[in-house]
Design a protein around this ligand. Structure first.
Ligand code: PGA
Length: 267
């Protein structure tokens, strides 16, 4: 069974370990539903260790609940004050790393070159990578997304972010450990005037991304998710399409009622 992925991205929330554990419990409470898809919780670095113990204690041998970091550095170790290496995460038992989220591109000036190095380092360390890509502006044309412009943008972004990977990584590594999250920046709920992508547009973009991955990276099996203002009301509009392998959810993942509805609804 090809399970859909639901990634909860907590961003820089919540403010204490207690709250983080409570939020995580709201996911664990519905563990019986977690048989039908994979849930990945991307929590701030400082909570990962405690949450990891919770995963192990509550769900013995359960392999459908996972943790992700929201970033990592590109070197294995050394004099890089304040950074966390992919190897540290791997050694902590963390499986996934989100890389290239648009907020890091925007607020921390992460360039395509930096993201490329991070993707390569994380894959090399044995992590699974959720690489976020997405065009920055809604090119309005008759009130709809300018799909052609968006495709051009995404193609270039993918080529830069994944540069050299087809030469340096084995076929099975890319196909099993790389995940792309298509997150148009204008759709991310924290941006003024945001709205979710029309599901048909997201579907078209995701089919396009899969084509590019096949051609450029020889990676036809990479999963591609949609992200941007997904909530319990609209999640089905996206995951009902077989080409959309899951969703990345920010704002709604911080509300326990929403988490419950999302986990139950996406069945
Ligand atoms: P959102 O965030 O669901 O709040 O739009 C998604 C993301 O930024 O990853």
């Amino acid at each position: 069974m090809n399970k859909k992925l639901i990634v909860f991205n907590w961003k820089m929330n919540p403010n204490s370990l207690n709250e983080a554990e409570r939020l995580f419990d709201s996911v664990l409470n519905f563990k019986s539903y977690i048989l039908y898809y994979k849930i990945i919780v991307a929590a701030p670095f400082i909570y990962l260790s405690d949450l990891k113990s919770k995963v192990s204690a509550f769900i013995k041998n359960h392999n459908e609940l996972h943790l992700a970091s929201q970033n990592c550095f590109w070197e294995e170790k050394g004099a890089y004050t304040g950074e966390i290496s992919p190897k540290m995460l791997k050694n902590l038992g963390i499986e996934y790393a989100i890389i290239g989220h648009s907020e890091r591109r925007k607020y921390l000036n992460e360039t395509d070159e930096i993201i490329n190095k991070k993707v390569e380092a994380a894959l090399k360390a044995g992590l699974k990578v959720i690489l976020c890509v997405g065009e920055s502006k809604k090119s309005i044309k008759y009130q709809t997304l300018n799909i052609k412009a968006a495709k051009n943008y995404i193609k270039k972004q993918l080529e830069k972010n994944l540069k050299g990977l087809s030469l340096n990584s084995k076929f099975y590594i890319l196909n099993s450990r790389l995940i792309i999250a298509y997150e148009p920046q204008w759709a991310i709920s924290s941006n003024v005037g945001s709205c979710p992508s029309a599901p048909q547009d997201a579907l078209e973009m995701i089919k396009f991304i899969k084509q590019i991955l096949s051609v450029v990276l020889h990676a036809p099996y990479v999963k591609v998710l949609y992200g941007g203002s997904v909530n319990s009301e609209n999640i089905k509009n996206f995951i009902q399409h077989k080409e959309i392998d899951g969703v990345l959810i920010g704002g709604a993942s911080l509300k326990t009622k929403e988490v419950e509805k999302i986990i139950k609804l996406s069945l």
